[in-house]
Design a binder for this molecule. Sequence first.
Ligand code: BGC
Length: 531
Amino acid sequence: MTLEAETKAVVAKFDYTDEDVNKAVKEFLRQMGEGLEKDGTSLSQIPTYVTGVPNGTEKGLYMAVDLGGTNFRVCSIHLNGDTTFNLTYSKVAIPRELMVAKTAQELFAFLAKQIEVFLQTHHEEHFEKHKRRRLTVSTPEGFRDEEVFRLGFTFSFPVQQIGINKGTLIRWTKGFDIPDAIGKDVCALLQVEIDKLHLPVRVAALVNDTVGTLMARSYSAPGKTSTVLGAIFGTGTNGAYVEKLENVKKPMAGEYDKSTGLMVVNTEWGSFDNQLNVLPNTTWDIQLDKDSVNPGIQMYEKRVSGMFLGEILRLVVLDLLKNPNISLFKDENSSSNDWRSTTNIGEKSSIYAQWGLDTAIMSVAAADNTPELVTLRQALEALDVYSPSLEDAQAFKAIAGAVGRRAARLSAVAIAAVVLQTNTLTDPENEGEPVDIGVDGSLVEHYPYFRDMIYEALRVIEGVGEEGAKRIRIGIAKDGSGVGAALIALVAAGMEKSMSTADYIGEVRSTAKAHDLTAVPEDSEEAVTEN
Ligand code: BGC
């Protein structure tokens, strides 16, 4: 078969038809319902203890940290109360060895250290004042009036939330693997390390990045419509939405405000349809899953998110390279190459290594619409492919496009299902109003036409259709997780009122003990004081 014919055959395997999309939406709705009824389902539907969304008038200075992928981000956010905010942030890459550290303590000590560095750099005066107090004041009461930063902890992994600042890790995703942390309260893990450094910081809220995105978008979204869904299409994928409290049938431990009649639910849709009732499953999907650190789970995420798309593409390319009858990245002689050269691929090309093809190249392929595909060919040269021909680049572009298109259509499935679940298109109170959705993540931000392809699929979904798709407003909520975490810390700070410092420390200690964490240093009460 020629390269062109083989490419067509591969591309067809990534087709996800209108019929497939509609079938998947129905299954998604079924699995959402199942997750609201009981624990242990494939779509986890985790109640987040956040019972309302902001309206843009919130004010104050908060901190937020974000652990969820390749980087750890620390920021402080000043909410101005008029839908705007000022954000100061720093970012550090997580050393790979910490992603698979032996103990959770190693990772969390690193995180606390970054918070210390951030305070020293960006809030020096506050930090020094706090240090001076520690040295000069002999009683914990001496700290009573000191301002302690309330911190929103964005932790973007599946967590069984048991309170606004309490939750145990269910499983790691996105390449992290520290078994020691499973089942432990991640807020306590962080607070213990913060206290060891005597920082004036209290972990006030535990937030999934999707919840943060939902909150941030609600704070800053144009108009009066409140946001129904916050979604991430980045390294991983997930969504959190506003559910009617009465629909959450499974028991919820802990305190929460029932007056709004709402509960923000973290779907953990990365694990939608782990049983593969409706998800597509090519030989490359099977291979990718088999070689992953978590086979059999996050099956939807493995077909949708940035961490995996490049790898799917790489596995396809590898198969074509192995086929002696296909002339990908090889030319007979210079006459068959439009650059009058001969193509070959270096033995050490990262295309031969697992994870060797960054999803970013798919964006390059999608964006390059020039007749000679020069930019894409340069990107391929950077992968040690010498003089890729136009045919090579066309094949690569077509396959990458097919993988990306399937991901976008699958993304539309989740979005539509949430919109249908919340009845926002049919609710008379919302008539004629947009249905607002906040999104963040490298894929939706940088992959050209990703949102267009989502809309194309939305239009054919029963219950959405042309008219519904027009009303669905998908807007970027950049860095939503930082601002959103600050907003939730604000709500949580209000809830703390009734809890004294001693109670709070007592709680952290007992949680730490229950999870067999390193003891909180005895003098740590000094570090955590009321405003
Ligand atoms: C995690 C989610 C997270 C998503 C996006 C997934 O792998 O399970 O908790 O929201 O990635 O970061």
